[in-house]
Design a protein around this ligand. Structure first.
Ligand SMILES: O=C(O)CCC(=O)C(=O)O
Length: 337
């Protein structure tokens, strides 16, 4: 490999050995079918009780869903996608000024997942940065493309509002007060990962991201409309979630699994890569405040099941998550009572 990142413009004719998964861990793409019953929830509906019901069903049975009429403007989405593409099209020397493999950095361009911890790498570069509070973090964001800071700030604000609406609906769907989740998560952090998966010479042998769950509370994912790649684990089988215009994919993260005492499952998902085309995805993560104490909601432990997880702070969880690689057991298992 000639560069630290794979979005260098080099087209590889075969997959470098450090990306090749052992036979038993490969994606077996021919066995994956499209998920044709992905829940699609219309947030523009006036029937709140119905929306709450749909969200509860989706979180219980799928761990993910799509939302339409979500309130994030078409303009914000379109500009965000464009500036993200422009960033990854910059000359590699320019991008490498932002490179770091230190997960504690609040803004960095990196590659794979956790390059220093993993044995096999993933066919992905990503720009990962903190977004809340904006005035604290925007100064460290890329200044090239020149419109990056302004466009991404606007997008972050709109997505944050969507996240809060979803947290209210999810609280209600659990039979909790509307503000329950927001109150527990406190001054919520917000992070973004702009994922770029270059064309891959042998997609059968590797991943963009292997199966994982998200360590945060809620993920709001903007998919590339031209190239599919997201797959989720449903009833023990990997199924493809094909992109739908005007929709975001919403994933339940580990913190909502803990808070709901396991009623809602943090969904296992992965990104596969494409032989001919590059793919991009733009993930926004809402995270509890570092000192927020996460514990199963009391009313959800009173049916005799007790609290499945011990109390922990998000800071403790997050540092445990990043000290490992994605191929290990689910991080939340380490926090069970
Ligand atoms: O690229 C995708 O569709 C999934 C991205 C993802 O899972 C992540 O950023 O954690």
């Amino acid at each position: 490999m000639e560069s630290k990142v794979i979005s260098s413009g080099i087209r590889y004719s075969s997959l470098p050995a450090s990306y090749v998964r052992p036979e038993s861990e490969r994606p077996r793409l021919s066995e994956v079918s499209a998920c044709d019953d992905v829940p699609v929830i219309d947030l523009g509906s006036d029937d709140r009780a119905h929306v709450v019901q749909q969200i509860g069903d989706a979180c219980t049975n799928y761990g993910f869903f799509q939302v339409i009429n979500h309130g994030v403007s078409e303009e914000a989405v379109e500009k965000m996608s464009r500036v993200a593409g422009d960033f990854f099209r910059l000359p590699v020397e320019e991008k490498l000024k932002l490179y770091s493999d230190d997960p504690s950095k609040t803004m960095r361009l990196s590659t794979s997942f956790n390059i220093n911890k993993e044995q096999v790498h993933n066919w992905r570069d990503y720009l990962r940065f903190h977004c809340y509070p904006l005035d604290k973090y925007v100064p460290e964001w890329p200044s090239n493309p020149p419109s990056f800071k302004e466009i991404v700030s606007n997008y972050c604000k709109e997505v944050r509002e969507l996240g809060f609406r979803l947290e209210e609906l999810i609280s209600e769907s659990l039979g909790l007060e509307k503000d329950y989740i927001k109150n527990v998560l406190d001054k919520q952090g917000q992070h973004m990962a702009v994922n770029y998966y270059p064309p891959c010479p042998e997609p059968e042998l590797t991943y963009g991201l292997p199966g994982h769950t998200d360590p945060n509370a809620l993920t709001i994912l903007l998919q590339d409309l031209q190239v599919a790649g997201l797959q989720v684990l449903k009833d023990g089988k990997w199924v493809a979630v094909n992109p739908r215009p005007d929709a975001f994919v919403i994933n339940v993260g580990d913190q909502l699994q803990a808070l709901s005492n396991g009623r809602y499952k943090s969904v296992w998902h992965r990104a596969i890569v494409n032989a001919d085309k590059a793919r991009m995805s733009i993930a926004s993560f809402l995270c509890p405040y570092d000192d927020a104490i996460i514990s199963p909601a009391k009313p959800l432990t009173e049916d005799g099941s007790g609290a499945i997880y011990r109390d922990f702070t998000y800071a403790e969880y997050y540092s445990k998550f990043w000290s490992r690689n994605l191929d290990q057991e689910h991080c939340l298992e380490l926090f069970k009572n």
